[in-house]
Design a protein around this ligand. Sequence first.
Ligand SMILES: *Cc1c(COP(=O)(O)O)cnc(C)c1O
Length: 425
Amino acid sequence: MTTDPLPAASAETLEAEAAALDAADPLRAHRDAFVGAETSLVYFDGNSLGRPLRASIERLAAFTRDEWGGRLIRGWDESWMELPFRIGDAVGRAAIGAAPGQTVIGDSTTVLLYKLVRATFDAAVAADPARVEIVIDRDNFPTDRYLVEGIAAERGGRVRWIDVDLASGVTPDALRAAVGPQTAVVVLSHVAYRSGYLADAPALTRIAHDAGALTVWDLCHSAGSVPVESDAWGFDVAVGCTYKYLNGGPGSPAFAYVASHLQERLAQPIQGWMGAADVFAMGPQYRPAAGMRRFLSGTPPIVGMLAMQDTLALIEQVGIGALRSKSIRLTEFAVRVADRLLAPQGVEIASPRDPELRGGHVTLAHPQMRAVTARLWTRDVIPDYRDPGGLRIGLSPLSTSFSETLAGLRAVDAAVRAVARGGTG
Ligand SMILES: *Cc1c(COP(=O)(O)O)cnc(C)c1O
C-alpha cells in the first residue's frame, strides 16, 4: 500500500494534487490528440472501448477516398494482403515484445482464441494422449471460459478449473496445484477483466512449461497498458483485443501471437482459403501456409485495422514503460482518492492495492453500484459495471488526466450518496 503524502482530506488538497500530477505528467500533451478530450465528459471506459485519436478520423476518410475508392480491388495486391502481418508486427514491437513474423491481425478475440486454444490442445494431445485437460480459472472472461468448455466437449477433453478470489487472480501456487502430466493447455488472462489483477506471466508460463503444458495468454486488458514480453517470457500463444487500450474502434479485429518454433506444429480448425499455402492457386485441397498466414481463415477485415495503427505509432513513440508508469500513478491516485472520499460511504477497493499486482483499472465495490453506474452515465461520467457490485474505473494512460480522474471520483461520491438517499435528481 502507498503511504499518503498529504494530511487530512480537504477539497482543495485533492484538486491541487490532481493539478500538480497533471503538470508533472510527461504524457499530458497526448490527451489532446484524442477526440472528445476538449469536453468535460469523464471517460473511465478506455479499457473497454478506447477513445479514437484525431489522426484516425483523417486516416479512415483518406482510406475510403483514396485506397478503397481510388485503388478498388487493386488495393489487395498493392498493400491489403500484407496489412494483417505488417500491423501484427507493429503490435509485436509496440505492445507485446514479439520479434517480427509471430503476430497477425485476424478475427475477433473470441474466434482467434477458439482457433488457437483448439490448435494447442490438439498439438498437446498428439504429442501425449494423456494430456486431456485445459486449465482455466473460474473468473476468466466469459468468452474464454465458454469456448474452453466447448473445445473440451468437442475434442473429448476436460476442463480443470482454478478457483480465484474475485478481487485478485491466479497466483503461482494456484496454478502449480492445477497442472500436471494430464495438462494439455493453460488458458489465462494477463490482466483480470474484473479486478485488474496483473498475473506474473513469466512465472506462470514457467510453471505450465515445467508441467509439460502449452500456454495461451489472453492479453485483452494488457496490450497497450502494461509491459508484455512475449518472446522473453517464453509465451507459446497469445491473443488480445485491439479496441481497448489500442483504440482500434468498436469491433476492430484482434491480434494473435504464435511463437516461431510452434507455428508449424499448430493446425487451426477453420481451414479457409486465406490461410492456405498459395491463396490464389485455389487448389483442390487445403494445405496450410507457412508462418502466421496459416492462422487466417477468410478475407481480412481491412477497414477494422486502420485506426489501431495511430495508437501503435504513438505507443512506439512514447514507449510502453512511460505508459505503465503513468498508469501506475493514475491507479494509485484513484485508490488514494477512493480511500478518502468513498470509503466512508462503504465503498471498497476490489482490486489489488499493490501497484505491481494491478493493471490499468481499479474496481470499486458497493452493493448499489449498478444504480450508481446508471446515474453516472446520465451525468457524462462513463465507467462500467461488473457484478457483483463492481464499478470499473478504467484509466487509459494516454487519454486520461488526473483532474479527469478526480472529477469522476467526485461524481461517484455524489452518486453513491444520492442513491443511498434514494434520490433520483
Ligand atoms: C474484452 C475481452 C474479450 C473480448 O472478446 P471479443 O471477441 O472481442 O468480444 C475477450 N477476453 C477478455 C479477457 C476480454 O477482456
